[in-house]
Design a protein. Structure first.
Length: 519
């Protein structure tokens, strides 16, 4: 064969290689099989009466009828039409519920799904279109675990895509026929090969049938991410419920840009975050972010926090004539800022419950960082830690009796607490992770912090991390959500006033051709 290739012009060889590397449909013509591009269909879990697929090859429409209680929690019940696959791929379709009159269930779900097994408690990820119009990326990280979701508060999209690149799974939408684009919903989830790719439907009501149509359906093999010449960064600003039985996250804003550190406003209506050295604000319900006009601010960092009365926003910025970063405060709605720390390289972290004192950190030589306090009016600063280790991310308990912080003084980065004067330091976590950025909830019942693998040093961004919750009543710790993040995720206090929700920033790297134009 190699000898025969020598007789052909070399440019033909490169054309052949290029054609073979392009994204391509996985199967042959869909009309050649009664299930179209799929191999088989199954009821997953309890589905009574049994579900079925009607495929119209002339129109290319897959119509599923199914009962089933739900695709959620720890056990699923739905009808699944599937194909065994391997590698990187995308599954795309227009989804419609043809029955709109009468009393259809607003909770019925039509899904594009990647699933490890056909067991009812399997690992999976899906792009779910609900009867109510809600769209979500749902997933179960381990067999029998409680499902989680990233939800979008939008109208039903025209087209949905679920895309897998390695262990990264991302949902793309087209609302009105524009090119498919990412919407801030992305997770890291490992699926052993082969796994199942397919479409499914649950009625969300035992014994009742619903119907969903899938059209313009494509199952396409993709070029592995490692072979892409360029990846681009997307940031997603999200809120999440800490309810253990239903940890739902909602995308508030997403952009091809680098967001950092979200604060929740004291009235619970908005979030502020850093982008390109400026402070931005966005409504919890979404909408267009607005830049806060802070007079004199240059190159603001991710270190910012609201005062507890909501009047002031503490900032870490540079200013004309002061190129190093200092701590400033400004009116929370915008306005001229006032200098708090005279010494440079000071990074704000939190306010005392009475808003009279601000905690900040200052890097020293090598990896040394220490914690300081200062009056919100300025003046002398008080050093609270004086060792040669890293002591960072301090935050007051709501009763003002403790300051929580992370320190590597025990040999690894763990969560500690001390009295407001720096005395009586005691270690809180003792595990194999590198733990950073502890933040007590407003009611004092929880401490949220982020955890890296033990091999990670310092506080880098774009790593596999977990947001974990510690109960102050018994010191039990549980994972709230796994994501790609780190520096910029929860550097600052990010609890909602109700103590039941958190704000955070996650990141995703997408091939440039999938990412769309910069925003």
């Amino acid at each position: 064969m190699l000898r025969r290739l020598a007789y052909y012009p070399i440019w033909l060889f490169f054309i052949a290689i290029t054609i073979c590397s392009l994204p391509r449909p996985i199967s042959a013509q869909p009309g050649s099989h009664p299930l179209g591009i799929f191999e088989d269909q199954s009821d997953v879990g309890s589905v009574t009466p049994p579900g079925n697929l009607a495929y119209d090859p002339a129109k290319g429409v897959y119509s599923i009828t199914s009962a089933g209680e739900n695709i959620w929690s720890k056990v699923d019940g739905f009808h699944f039409v599937w194909k065994k696959v391997s590698g990187d791929l995308s599954l795309t379709a227009d989804i419609d519920f043809p029955v709109k009159a009468g009393d259809p269930s607003p909770h019925r779900k039509a899904v594009l799904m990647f699933r490890q097994t056909l067991d009812n408690n399997s690992i999976y990820a899906d792009a779910a279109q609900h009867g109510s119009g809600l769209t979500a990326l749902q997933y179960r990280r381990a067999a029998g675990a409680t499902a989680q979701s990233i939800e979008l508060d939008i109208a039903s999209p025209k087209q949905v895509r679920l895309e897998k690149h390695g262990d990264f799974i991302t949902m793309f939408l087209s609302m009105q026929g524009e090119p498919l684009h990412q919407v801030g919903a992305s997770i890291k989830l490992h699926l052993n090969e082969p796994f199942y790719a397919g479409i499914g439907l649950t009625a969300h009501m035992k014994g009742r049938e619903e119907r969903a149509n899938f059209s313009n359906l494509q199952l396409t093999q993709l070029t592995p991410t490692a072979m892409h010449a360029k990846l681009v960064l997307y940031s997603s600003l999200q809120t999440i419920s800490i309810n253990e039985s239903s940890p739902r996250a909602t995308v508030v804003a997403t952009q091809r840009a680098h967001f950092q550190s979200a604060n929740w406003s004291m009235d619970g209506k908005s979030l502020v975050y850093t982008l390109d050295g400026q402070i931005w604000q966005v409504s919890i319900g979404g909408g267009t972010p607005q830049k806060i006009d802070i007079g004199g601010a240059i190159s603001c960092s991710e270190s910012h926090a609201y005062s507890h009365d909501g009047s002031w926003l503490g900032l870490t910025c540079s200013a004309l004539g002061k190129p190093e970063r200092h701590v400033y405060i400004a009116p929370s709605r915008g306005g001229a800022m006032r200098l708090v720390t005279e010494n440079p390289n000071s990074y704000l972290h939190s306010w005392s419950p009475d808003d009279k004192t601000i905690l900040f950190t200052r890097p020293g030589l090598g990896t040394t960082t220490n914690i300081y306090s200062i009056s919100a009016e300025g003046g002398p600063e008080t050093v609270l830690t004086t060792d040669t280790n890293c002591n960072d991310d301090p935050d007051y308990s709501p009763d003002g009796k403790y300051i929580y912080f992370n320190s590597d003084r025990s040999g690894s980065m763990q969560i500690w607490r001390m009295r407001p004067d720096g005395s009586q330091a005691e270690q809180i976590t003792f595990d194999e992770f590198q733990n950073w950025s502890p933040h007590p909830s407003p009611d004092g019942k929880w401490i949220v912090f982020l955890s890296y693998d033990k091999s990670v040093t310092d506080h880098p961004a774009d790593k596999d991390i977990s947001l974990r919750i510690l109960s102050t009543s018994d010191n039990n710790v549980r994972v709230l959500v796994n994501l790609i993040g780190g520096d910029g995720t929860i550097n600052v206090p990010s609890w909602a006033p109700d103590s039941n929700h958190l704000a955070f920033v996650s990141y995703q790297m997408l091939p440039e051709e999938d990412a769309g134009p910069p925003q």
